[in-house]
Design a protein around this ligand. Structure first.
Ligand code: SF4
Length: 73
């Protein structure tokens, strides 16, 4: 899973850190950064992305490059 955090969107609400603290951490600006993309299983990472109130977490399939979250509507 490739994880991207859109820093312009992130408001530091931090549910991503609460759900997947091995994957995300807040930097000195209070924005989420990916510290270890392999720090949780895909399901947990997806949960964290879903919990982000501003949808700042984007997930991509590593092999195909296809966007997994947010799902295209
Ligand atoms: S949940 Fe979203 S807004 Fe909150 S810190 Fe994580 S990426 Fe940023």
């Amino acid at each position: 899973m490739k994880i991207v955090v859109d820093r312009n969107l992130c408001i530091g609400a931090a549910p991503c850190v609460a759900i997947a603290g091995e994957v995300f951490e807040l930097d000195t600006e209070g924005k989420a950064v990916v510290k270890n993309p392999k720090g949780a299983d895909d399901e947990t990472i997806l949960l964290a992305a879903r919990a982000c109130p501003v949808r700042a977490i984007l997930l991509y399939d590593e092999q195909t490059g296809k966007q997994i979250f947010p799902e295209a509507s």
